[in-house]
Design a protein around this ligand. Structure first.
Ligand SMILES: NC(=O)c1ccc[n+]([C@@H]2O[C@H](COP(=O)([O-])OP(=O)(O)OC[C@H]3O[C@@H](n4cnc5c(N)ncnc54)[C@H](O)[C@@H]3O)[C@@H](O)[C@H]2O)c1
Length: 302
């Protein structure tokens, strides 16, 4: 089972870059999106990214031009189904993903493998919308997909081994590093590890053991992390982690899955990190860090 023809559904932040990575590796790629403006925006963004890489000498003009020749876009799913692999990277809403996979199930030949790039929905939650649970898995890329090497290959309960093998060969072909999950679990591996560090950092902070700067400094200088957990939450947006934990808590009812009181207080007061100028730290108009938020004061207001 060889993967040469790929359909990427969704041309947003992830889909556009996944499509480019596959086209650069020699695959024939179609990108499908419901929104023609998003497709055009993605094309412009990719052209600029690739031009910059050619200018810096990281890729040749010939290789980039050949990749763009292999990359086409459509807003009509009907033209796009005859492929070896579908990688779905549309909006993170389960009903939308199930609806798309059900439609693709009717359009694609029996050989087509279905993969979702979802960060939170496990394969079985989507595979049941199709008649091919044995050919369904998650291929979870990291942002930015053009740069980050890891792809989590997540087996559902019914995923057939030859399908996993074919996807491992595909991941290798596109120059990425595969991490196989033998059983599905929400959050997969990397984001669960990240979450565990973040949760422990919040426990240490809320227990009064160390402050934000001390914990971030330990992560950087003792563990070699590029940034501390509070710096990272400020960068990615405190609301993102809050929403992920709230959604998981709604499913499990486990108090350990609920957002921490500090994160909840920051989100309720609109302090979402760098994008609002204040999170665990404060930032000036040009984005430079100006200080540390007084969390005692914050709880007082709460
Ligand atoms: N952003 C990240 O850091 C990240 C990392 C890993 C995985 N993911 C996952 O990737 C997926 C996409 O995330 P994103 O950040 O690229 O989102 P995005 O909002 O940038 O892009 C989503 C795209 O899907 C399109 N779309 C929506 N509904 C559609 C439909 N029914 N059919 C076809 N196209 C449709 C939208 O027009 C949009 O262009 C999500 O499942 C997310 O969990 C995101």
């Amino acid at each position: 089972m060889s993967i040469d023809q790929v359909l990427v559904a969704g041309s947003g932040a992830m889909g556009s870059q996944i499509a480019m990575v596959a086209a650069l590796a020699g695959c024939t790629v179609t990108v499908y999106d419901v929104d023609a403006a998003r497709v055009e925006q993605a094309r412009q963004h990719l052209l600029e990214r690739m031009d910059a890489q050619v200018t810096k000498g990281r890729r040749t003009r010939e290789a980039v031009d050949a990749a763009f020749q292999r990359l086409t876009a459509t807003t009509s799913l009907a033209d796009a189904g005859a492929v070896d692999l579908v990688i779905e990277a549309i909006v993170e809403r389960l009903p939308a993903k199930r609806e798309l996979f059900a439609e693709l199930d009717g359009l694609c030949p029996a050989r087509t493998v279905f993969a979702s790039n979802s960060s939170s929905f496990v394969p079985s939650s989507m595979a049941t919308a199709t008649t091919r649970a044995d050919r369904f898995l998650n291929l979870h890329f990291f942002n930015p997909a053009l740069v980050m090497p890891c792809v989590e290959v997540v087996r559902g309960p019914d995923t057939a081994s030859p399908v996993v093998e074919a996807c491992l060969a595909f991941v290798e072909r596109i120059g990425k590093t595969a991490v196989v999950l033998d059983k599905e679990i929400p959050g997969f591996v990397a984001n669960r590890l990240l979450g565990a560090v973040r949760d422990e950092a919040l426990r240490l902070l809320e227990g009064g053991y160390a402050d934000v700067e001390a914990i971030d400094t330990a992560a950087r200088t003792a563990l070699g992390y590029p940034m501390g957990p509070f710096e990272l939450m400020d960068l990615t947006g405190i609301d993102i982690g809050y929403l992920t934990k709230t959604a998981r808590f709604e499913v499990t009812g486990d108090a350990a899955d609920a957002p921490s009181r500090t994160v909840s207080a920051l989100v309720e007061q609109g302090h979402l990190g760098r994008k609002t100028g204040r999170g665990f730290y404060t930032y000036g108009p040009s984005g430079d860090r100006t200080g540390v938020t007084d969390l005692a004061d914050l709880k007082g207001q709460h």
